[in-house]
Design a protein around this ligand. Structure first.
Ligand SMILES: [Zn+2]
Length: 184
């Protein structure tokens, strides 16, 4: 397979240093911002529940929300309860299918290797994320799973959509947590 013929088109991810990105390459900008705004709502709910604020939504090929997820690893005592996995489970149940071709997942933070793996198994058409994650990001920051051409399924991955508000939420959360810890 040639390097760039797999339908990834302009939807390839921006480099981790390119935080603003160009929403709309591979999707349409307004649609991507709408999807990310819904993911941000989920992230804010996670914060209210005392979890690191990461949120995700899953849209089917027609743009209908079929899954919502927010990080709940603490509440569920479950290391796999990342926002993306929670949204995927809900969406797959709603669709009655473990494969979701044509679906797009929006997540506020760059997915980790576990979540990218799960999304490839689900055969998603696109993954769109907000802020880069220099610690565990597997879409270009630490690993670049999407660049492995040996994988049998290729999903379009795009980063940097509303990266500012997505990253700000996390920074505010950690700042507040440090302040609380210092005052205890
Ligand atoms: Zn993850």
């Amino acid at each position: 397979m040639a390097a760039d013929d797999s339908g990834r088109g302009g939807g390839r991810q921006d480099g981790p240093g390119d935080r603003r990105g160009e929403p709309g390459q591979g999707g349409d900008a307004a649609g991507d911002e709408r999807g990310m705004a819904l993911a941000l709502e989920q992230a804010m709910l996670a914060w209210q529940e005392g979890e690191v604020p990461v949120g995700a939504v899953l849209l089917d090929a027609g743009g209908v929300v079929i899954g919502r997820g927010r990080n709940r690893v603490i509440g569920d005592s479950d290391p796999t309860a990342h926002a993306e996995i929670v949204a995927l489970r809900e969406g797959a149940r709603a669709a009655g299918n473990y494969r979701l071709p044509g679906a797009t997942l929006y997540v506020t933070l760059e997915p980790c290797a576990m979540c990218v793996g799960a999304m490839l198994h689900a055969r998603l058409a696109r993954i769109v994320f907000g802020a880069a994650d220099p610690k565990t990001g597997a879409c270009g920051s630490v690993l670049d799973v999407g660049a492995l051409r040996q994988l049998n399924h290729q999903t379009s991955i795009q980063g940097g959509v509303m990266a500012g508000p997505c990253g700000d939420l996390l920074r505010r959360f950690f700042r507040e947590r440090r302040r609380k810890e210092a005052s205890e």
